[in-house]
Design a protein around this ligand. Structure first.
Ligand SMILES: [Zn+2]
Length: 1247
């Protein structure tokens, strides 16, 4: 091989000094956001990194070339992997890090993906890889993927140096995807962490306040904003953001006081916001809205005009300008403003609706009809579009998008009236307004400017309007077809122009900042507290321009998305926001000259848009300033999808490299495994050679970069083999010294276990019968049956089982749980209420889109037993009346077979919801009384005693129930809960807490319908939840049965009649709907089986990964079990013992760390029935060693990680110990496998 071909460079041409190599060895994803390579002072480092990138690229190319040579020389070996030349997988990670630091996100993603491909099995072992990958996904707004990478990172490395950056981003992503509880948790964790952070705490606080605002918690948001304003150190731009949000809060919320007081406050705040940031068009727009709302038309108009002038003239502003004109009876001006709005945003529902009202008021019904239709379409398109962008479904409510409740009514009315009317023609009578398609296609500005010339006639205005015209249209009429002009008869949509095939041309970057400007901006932002007034001013301008740039990119992205969403229509090409620059407010006469009184015919209220207030500082964090904004943000959703599909990616980089270096494309295969010794030898060799004189360099294969590679295993000690056969003291000796660094694995499974992930479902293809298997059920005749061991065995064998006739076999007095008895016993007892939509049991409709969805609405509130009882009764009476009316009208309900004295087993809920029929009725809501706590033995003595009649395995408390060994109450799990239902009441899909089993008895008088899926399929359901953009653990979801069947998931479906007991086995996914009026009682049990214990531990770990609190304290429980029971099942024994070993080791390491920090450990002991402890910050269970700190006058327990994040040396924390290590060691050593005594199902024996 000679070097005469196009490649003239090789590795040895790139020389690096020892110091440079050292610098490079220390660079990884953790420097992202800290080491800003585009800053002038980092120019040298940047060059070094570029050199290193080149080196790595050359290395890859050489390895491949060598491979080719080898393959040609030894074709016989072609199939043998052993001869393949491998590149150390870590090379890709390093390359990814370098690209990330250079803010070359695509390249970084490509390199990281390469590593992932090679190391799919144990990619998670390298936290810097997970961090870098998460950051790149976050950059591309690929939230689902970013969340995954970050969650895995925090799981494998709880003490990760940049945990706060991770929590911050998780918080922002969950805020964006409307998972507010999770968002708050992560933002708070970012806030309490005192490690260095790229984002000031004040901005994190602002996000928390904003989180309250978006949840509608107005008071909480307002208080937090006001508190933040008192902080003198906050930046001007943050001050502007806070005042703007606060101003808008005052404008919108009645709860903040009387309008006469609120609006002046709102105006005051918005003016302060404007003072702090002169360049925000949005602030001016909101100010305009405030003025308009109190009739200060002139001020409002000026504010709007100024807003447009700030080049943020968005659709909302134009819509509001239209409203102002329309209210001032200037229909022509209003028309033009609305047209501006809808041309900017074709989905602007409010503008379309207002335009419709305008047309109707001028008697142009056909135009009005078209506009209304576009309005309703805009609404549905908007929601699909938003969900696409955010990759989560936003839960919009009708008011938030300005949906006119009369809209559908108007559409229907006009439709029926227009059906027989002739289409408009040129000969029809003169119209007051241009028709919608004329207005759309006509160069508006020409029309508008001619009007202005008539009005003002001044020379100066003329020149201005010319520029206006030019800018507005870019010298031509708006491109793209007019909005569809729907035919009322439902005929195909008429097209006025042939559909242009080409995609909209990408707009120019009118606001692109030069790299120098970006650097400057970055520099200013880094030094924001030390700027001169002039610099501050410049910073604000640059920042403003940067935001515009981002908005423009967003807009463009949105338009692209919209084009994808509606293949039949191409959005008008809208070239930037710049067309109003240079235009003075006088160009358009303020609408003060009221010419005639024009009001809409039906008194319809004009719709104001609901501005989507995205705090600008969100954008700053979400999109860290990039040196190459234009290239990197050009990634379209589709491209990103390609990226994420991980198909083509892995070859991209290599191919590009080969192309770049003029080599032929070679089929490249990476070697999967390499022996460690081989690598290290090559490593040594390559280190030696790096500065040696040129040899036949092509033959010098370097599989590792010349700098020290921080191997993913190197910082961990060689894995010590722990075994449960070892004595406690051996375990403690083995882990001695490991705790000092404080990197202590939390995993209950092993240091080497991958982060938990949902299981792949069974692959057996099921036929239609198997997809709807018969439900395992037993009919009980007598008490003996109920107590037979076979019954328990039967239950443990099946995912779910229904025991029919249990109540009568045991002579249970279910009347004790009837609503009547409950009211008599404790009328004021608290009931949690879920407000839900009444739906057919196997369907779940979204009232807005009219589509079947998974997300189900379930709003929470509270009431009392007496009040709920009243509701339950009146709901029943109401339906009886309906039934009587129906009967009177001659309609019979075949399903209303009277059972005993309760004729209500009608399937009320089988009536499809009104929204199903596309009508405009409101969906029928119902109230479900849930989670009524019956734990109080004094209040519910008779009831609880009655349940003692149950067989042991189903009892609330029994020795064979793990939950009875927790030693304290876990409400609803080892205590009874009651459910009070009306037909349609829904318990959405879930697995029980920590996968425990559950017992559910229907009290009656009505039935409940159950759906259940075996636990082996929970991963598949979890994936479907994700696909439907709803969180499996936190969200409320109701599976669409067809989706389940399509995914080969079997579903048990059955009715639970009064007196039937349903046994839900460990991990079974289930959802329940009341058929009639009924009450249910339920609790959890934990049979002492290996399967139950294993599933509980697995879920414990999964919850940890998901930052979801495990209600069952498995550590505490495991230690109690080892003290209380003798286990003869080897598998169960092994599992419990392993958990003990892991905790013993963790405790020892934590103590070592604490002592190393010089903190005294105080013995505290444990009180009887004392509850288990959870970390007050991250909600992880804290076993044995508690870190206590006073917080808002309360003593809050922390886990070690959370304590360290607040205070690396644990200053300010008191460290308490609940058990002496000697005691734990003794318990551990004494816990041993108990010899099997009998061959019965009960393989354990109670002490
Ligand atoms: Zn914690």
């Amino acid at each position: 091989m000679n070097k005469s071909n196009s490649c003239t460079e090789d590795l040895d041409d790139i020389s690096m000094t020892a110091q440079e190599l050292h610098i490079l060895s220390e660079l990884d994803s953790r420097q992202y956001g800290y080491l800003l390579l585009h800053l002038p002072e980092n120019e040298k480092k940047r060059e070094l990194v570029l050199k290193a990138v080149k080196y790595l690229q050359l290395m890859v190319v050489q390895a491949r070339r060598q491979q080719k040579v080898q393959d040609e020389n030894e074709p016989n070996n072609f199939q043998q992997n052993s001869k393949k030349i491998s590149i150390d997988p870590k090379t890709w990670v390093k390359l990814g890090h370098f690209h990330l630091l250079l803010e070359e996100y695509r390249k970084a993603l490509s390199a990281y993906q390469m590593f992932y491909k090679i190391q799919a099995e144990n990619h998670w072992m390298d936290p810097t890889f997970l961090y870098g990958l998460g950051l790149v996904y976050f950059h591309f707004n690929a939230f689902q993927w970013a969340v995954k990478a970050f969650q895995q990172l925090l799981y494998v490395s709880p003490s990760f140096q940049r945990a706060n950056e991770v929590h911050l981003r998780l918080g922002l992503m969950f805020k964006a995807t409307q998972e507010y509880e999770s968002a708050l948790k992560h933002l708070q964790l970012a806030l309490v962490d005192n490690s260095p952070c790229t984002t000031p705490k004040s901005i994190i606080k602002f996000h928390i306040a904003h989180l309250f605002e978006v949840q509608g918690k107005v008071k909480g948001a307002k208080d937090r904003y006001e508190l933040l304003l008192r902080d003198k150190s906050i930046t001007q731009s943050l001050r502007a953001d806070i005042f703007r949000q606060l101003g808008w809060l005052y404008h919108c919320h009645d709860s903040l006081g009387d309008k006469n007081q609120r609006i002046p406050l709102a105006i005051h705040c918005l003016q302060r916001a404007h003072d702090a940031d002169q360049f925000s068009g949005q602030t001016l727009y909101l100010l305009g809205r405030c003025y308009a709302s109190i009739g200060k038309v002139h001020d409002a108009f000026i504010a709007y005009r100024n807003s447009v002038e700030k080049s943020e003239g968005n659709a909302d502003t134009w819509c509001s300008i239209g409203v102002l004109y329309q209210q001032q009876s200037q229909p022509m001006d209003a028309l033009q403003a609305y047209i501006c709005a809808v041309q900017l945003d074709k989905c602007h529902s409010a503008a379309w609706a207002n335009l419709g009202i305008l047309y109707e008021s001028c008697g142009q019904a056909r135009d009005a009809y078209a506009c209304y239709l576009n309005s309703s379409r805009g609404l549905s398109n908007r929601s699909s579009e938003d969900s696409f962008l955010s990759s989560k479904l936003p839960r919009l409510n009708l008011s938030s998008v300005g949906m006119n409740p009369h809209l559908l009514q108007r559409i229907n009315f006009l439709q029926s009236n227009l059906a027989n009317a002739p289409m408009p023609s040129a000969t029809s009578q003169r119209r007051q307004l241009l028709s919608i398609e004329e207005a759309w296609n006509l160069p508006i500005s020409a029309e508008m400017s001619s009007r202005q010339q008539q009005q003002t006639g001044s020379q100066q205005t003329k020149s201005n309007t010319q520029s206006y015209q030019k800018n507005f249209n870019q010298g031509s009429t708006p491109q793209g077809p007019p909005p569809p002009y729907p035919s009322p008869s439902g005929a195909p949509v008429k097209q006025f122009k042939p559909e242009p095939e080409q995609k909209p041309t990408p707009p120019q970057h009118s606001f692109t900042l030069s790299p120098q400007q970006l650097q400057l901006l970055n520099y200013f932002q880094q030094n924001v507290n030390n700027l001169t007034p002039a610099q501050e001013n410049m910073r604000l301008q640059l920042q403003h321009q940067h935001r515009l740039m981002q908005q423009q990119q967003q807009l463009r992205q949105r338009q692209t998305v919209a084009a994808h969403a509606r293949p039949g229509s191409t959005p008008p090409t809208y070239n930037g926001n710049s067309h109003f620059q240079g235009q003075s407010p006088q160009d358009v006469t303020p609408p003060l000259n009221i010419t005639k009184n024009m009001s809409s015919p039906n008194g319809d209220k004009l719709l104001q848009p609901s501005p989507n207030l995205i705090p600008s500082c969100t954008r700053d964090i979400t999109m860290p300033l990039s040196g190459q904004p234009s290239t990197d943000m050009d990634v379209s959703e589709e491209e990103l999808k390609d990226f994420l599909s991980q198909k083509d990616l892995t070859t991209t980089l290599a191919e590009n490299l080969l192309k770049h270096f003029g080599s032929d494309a070679i089929d490249i295969k990476e070697e999967q495994d390499q022996s460690d010794s081989g690598v290290s030898k090559q490593d040594v060799d390559s280190k030696k050679r790096i500065k040696s004189p040129k040899q036949d360099s092509i033959l010098t294969i370097k599989s590792e970069p010349p700098w020290e590679v921080d191997s993913m295993h190197s910082d961990k000690r060689p894995e010590v083999e722990y075994s449960i056969e070892m004595e406690a003291k051996t375990i403690l000796r083995l882990c001695k010294g490991e705790g000092i660094k404080g990197e202590i694995s939390n995993s209950l499974i092993s240091d080497r276990a991958p982060p938990p992930s949902p299981p792949d479902p069974p692959t057996i293809k099921l036929n239609p019968q198997q997809l709807l298997p018969p439900t395992p059920s037993v009919y009980l005749d007598n008490k003996k049956h109920a107590f037979s061991p076979q019954l328990q065995e039967f239950c443990l064998k099946h995912p779910i089982a229904v025991i029919r006739g249990l109540a009568s076999a045991l002579k249970l007095d279910l009347g004790l749980f009837s609503t009547k008895t409950l009211v008599e016993a404790n009328p004021d007892h608290s009931v949690e209420v879920r407000t839900q939509i009444q739906q057919p049991s196997d369907e779940n409709w979204d009232p807005q889109s009219g589509k079947k969805v998974w997300a189900c609405i379930s709003h929470r509130s509270h009431t009392t037993i007496a009040r709920y009882a009243q509701y339950q009764a009146s709901s029943f009476k109401e339906s009886l009346k309906e039934e009587r009316d129906k009967a009177a009208s001659g309609l019979s309900d075949s399903d209303s077979k009277d059972s005993a004295n309760f004729p209500k087993r009608r399937r009320l809920c089988n009536i499809p919801p009104s929204l199903n029929t596309k009508g405009c009725n409101q969906p029928k809501m119902l109230k479900f009384g849930t989670n009524v706590d019956l734990s109080d033995e004094k209040k519910w003595k008779a009831q609880l005693q009655e349940l003692m009649k149950l067989p042991a395995f189903a009892r609330v408390v029994s020795a064979g129930n793990m939950l009875s060994h927790v030693g304290h109450v876990i409400l609803g799990m080892n205590t009874v809960q009651l459910y009070m239902k009306v037909p349609g009441s829904r318990t959405p899909g879930h697995q029980e807490n920590n996968n425990f089993c559950s017992i559910n008895i229907n009290i009656g008088p009505g039935d409940c319908e159950w759906f259940a899926v075996p636990d082996a399929y929970w991963g598949a359901i979890c994936a479907l939840c994700e696909k439907n953009q709803i969180n499996y653990l936190h969200g409320s979801w109701w599976p669409v049965l067809d989706d389940l069947f399509a995914a080969n998931i079997p579903v048990y479906r059955f009715n639970q009649r009064p007196g039937d007991l349903v046994w839900v086995n460990a991990g079974c996914v289930h959802w329940v709907q009341a058929v009639g009026w009924c009450n249910n009682i339920a609790w959890n049990v934990g049979p002492l089986t290996a399967r139950q214990y294993q599933l509980a531990i697995e879920r414990y770990e999964w919850n940890k990964l998901q930052s979801f609190k495990s209600i069952v304290p498995m550590l505490h429980l495991s230690w109690n079990l080892s003290r209380n029971i003798k286990v003869s099942d080897p598998k169960l024994f092994h599992l419990i013992k392993n958990c003990l070993m892991r905790t013993l080791r963790q405790c020892s390491m934590i103590l070592e760390f604490v002592k190393h920090k010089g903190v005294e450990v105080k013995f505290h002991g444990r009180g009887k029935n004392e509850a288990s402890h959870y970390c007050g910050q991250c909600e992880i269970e804290v076993f044995n060693i508690l870190f206590i700190r006073e917080q808002e006058k309360r003593h809050v327990v922390h886990c070690m990680e959370c304590a360290r994040k607040q205070s690396p040396n644990l200053e300010g924390f008191v460290c308490l110990e609940e058990y002496k290590m000697e005691e734990l060691m003794e318990v551990y050593d004494n816990f041993s496998l108990y010899p099997t005594i009998s061959a019965t199902a009960e393989q354990y024996r109670l002490m």
